[in-house]
Design a protein. Sequence first.
Length: 142
Amino acid sequence: MDSNSFLQIRSTKLRVLPGEDDELVNEGMYGKALAEYLQTRLSQRGFQTPMIVCEDWGWWLAIAGLPFSCGLCIYGRRIGDSDDLDLCVTVSTGRGRKWSWGRFRFIDTTAEVERLHHAIRNAFAEDSDITIIGETTDFPLE
């Protein structure tokens, strides 16, 4: 399976949220505002986005209704001492053939993963308050 690229963005409206520090598993792993933003935008585009969870590595936005398990991995790091963030997101499921125990056969995830990735990219591109910094297969926030 091929890994997916990370979309890196910045936006003054997607900052550290009040009380977010209390929810973090690991200090400094922000991104709840981006997870909430994508939950709304992807729901408007027909995706099922039932829950957001804080993980030790960042934030997880579950994507339901696909023929395979899927979610978004969302990462954010503070820029200096401000509440501004460097943010990135990737689709957790790689493109290609994946075994499905529920269907007891291989399924090709490529079309759905690409559709989801394009929906995320388009949501960012359509929002004048978001700047797409880049897209890379390497984790961009190190």
